[in-house]
Design a protein around this ligand. Sequence first.
Ligand code: NAD
Length: 372
Amino acid sequence: MNTRREFLQKISGSAFGLTVLPTIASASCANLPGEVNEGRVLNVAILGLGGYATRVAAAMVNCKRAKLTGLISGTPEKIKAWQAKYNIPDKNCYNYENYDAIKNNPDIDAVYVITPNALHKEEVIRVAAAGKHAISEKPMTISVKDGEEMIEACKKANVKLLVGYRMHFEPHTLEIIRMRNAGEFGKITFFQGLSGFVIGDTKQWRLNPKLSGGGSMMDIGIYSVNGSRYMVGEDPIWVNAVETKNDPVKFVQGIDETIQFQMGFPSGAVASCLSTYSMNWLDRFFLDGLNGFAELHPATGYDPTTGLTHKGPLNLPNTIHQAVQMDEMAAIIFDGKKPIVPVDGEEALKDLKVIEGIYKSAQSGKTVNLQL
Ligand code: NAD
């Protein structure tokens, strides 16, 4: 048994799974027993040392094939604290003015960009120009046009562009995709995605359209957009959307508060989704087929994912999403591994095309056709 998938398939149907799973779930381990984990280690610099970067760095301590080796930040105090915590030498630390010099640093293979959405484009393009692989946080950027430029720049520089879609490596999610592909749900008819939370601090960049590029849709609704595609297994061909704004002071022009959107897929399947910055407890996916169903709840949050299908609960381990993601990204970059659900720029661009369609529909009140 040498793949995560084989391991998961085996334990999900065995008594063994029931007894060992709690141990696997609680162990700080990105790699499941029996998984081959050899190959070149991906040396990563993180650009932007904020909230999510803190989580990624802590997770990477558990990686077998990815290592934090560099830091890029505009705040010298943060660099110092992170250097001490992760044992990063001075020669691998940069600020936003001088990080093009990573070009000559063999200790860095890739840069993980974890800054406000609107900054990803320029930063990824600079990383590519320095000849390093780029990993961008979601959303890849704030417009389709920008996304296309990022893809082009990385192609031209002959480096990989990957996007931090951590759920694409999550065991419950992958098991539902496996069941769907095996026909266990029958013809897929419907997907429901609920993504939202009540946003706090009104001063944060997420509520500044220049830095965020949008509101809840760009930040959290993107999970329902992306999830609809990997759960249904198709790309939508139309979308219509309605926006509700109850607090125009907190949610200024260009920042959507709540958007409900519907999508249609080539097979005739439909989706109904909600994205919001004003409601709590919304992190749930539901997939309906003629012969069965699947539910994930939470579907994309950091808390342990739980999955249920018409066959019963999914007894699968919970992993540290970011650790698995980074190990898998090392294999994608160095071994050409093809993930079950892609995490490249083209994949991320599709989400931006849907989001642009959603905004267009919400503004015009009309259904928008999509060509992904
Ligand atoms: P954050 O505010 O906690 O951190 C942002 C970092 O960017 C800070 O260190 C800040 O100093 C730096 N920065 C650089 N230039 C800046 C500028 N001009 N204005 C403001 N900050 C600037 O935000 P975060 O939650 O870490 O989000 C960063 C990115 O990560 C976003 O794209 C977000 O969508 C993404 N994210 C992804 C996940 C996930 O689960 N994949 C979770 C959270 C955030």
